[in-house]
Design a protein around this ligand. Sequence first.
Ligand SMILES: NC(=O)C1=CN([C@@H]2O[C@H](COP(=O)(O)OP(=O)(O)OC[C@H]3O[C@@H](n4cnc5c(N)ncnc54)[C@H](O)[C@@H]3O)[C@@H](O)[C@H]2O)C=CC1
Ligand SMILES: O=C(O)[C@@H]1CCC=N1
Length: 276
Amino acid sequence: MTRIAFIGGGNMARSLIGGLLATGLAPADIRVADPLAETRERLGRDFGVATWAENRLAVADADVIVLAVKPQAMPKVHGELRMALQGQRPLLISIAAGVRLDQLERWLGALPIVRCMPNTPALIGAGATGLCANHRVSAAQRAQAQHIMDAVGLTRWIDDEALMDTVTALSGSGPAYFFALVEALEEAAVAQGLPRETARALAAQTCLGAGRMLEETGEAPAELRRRVTSPNGTTQAALESFAADGLPRMTARAVAAATRRGAELAAALDNNGNPA
Ligand SMILES: NC(=O)C1=CN([C@@H]2O[C@H](COP(=O)(O)OP(=O)(O)OC[C@H]3O[C@@H](n4cnc5c(N)ncnc54)[C@H](O)[C@@H]3O)[C@@H](O)[C@H]2O)C=CC1
Ligand SMILES: O=C(O)[C@@H]1CCC=N1
């Protein structure tokens, strides 16, 4: 059985842990290190996993280590882990936005490392993860990383690591874009007089329905959109308004901003692992 240690037990670790347990992984095979007592207590209570305040204790017998801390916390973490991992050769999985494989190798040593970009719907088995491996990762370890991420949703290998920041901007951050759209739809309907609960329920279910149609029909989004859009009907009026306000350009700019931010987060750490 694979023992997985999480370094950092925040939002994304919770989503992955919840998703992995739902697929049948035993709580005894998951350990988590987090400096915050409240975070550790919640993880223990909600998932029954063992927790530690110190990273070195959580990784002691781990086969796989998931680095789930903010990029800015990396300098502290890699210092602790480099010592703790002497003589150990676990598979490292980093989910930190922006942080590159060459940086991780420089800080942690010549280890097999898979850089992943999951997203929070992993919690309900509906995650989307991009994966990218360094050359030290064996075929078996590649399969191991994929197995972990497959357990919580869809996976895609990304051969060109430079595109991992694009994946981050697309699917890593993406759930927030859809939540923001649901929020905006809810507000618009409330402003027209619909009760808030009704507006939220209808907006959320519409988001779910659209997502499921994309998945279950396999049709292109443009075709599904066309089928909703009666000539000169209500949808056409809304889509023309979106187009006039520059939705594609706005979206491209937002994705570019997120992509740039990923590179900035990494660049800020380039000073031997310390923030520049
Ligand atoms: N939240 C999201 O939707 C996604 C986040 N990510 C990445 O996952 C990583 C974690 O993000 P979140 O879970 O959102 O952040 P978070 O802030 O919720 O969790 C980070 C956790 O790390 C802990 N921590 C801080 N210093 C530590 C240390 N020295 N040792 C061990 N634990 C430490 C914090 O107490 C906190 O619980 C980030 O690198 C982010 O880029 C990736 C994909 C999606
Ligand atoms: O906002 C962030 O930086 C992280 C990475 C992707 C989603 N959340």
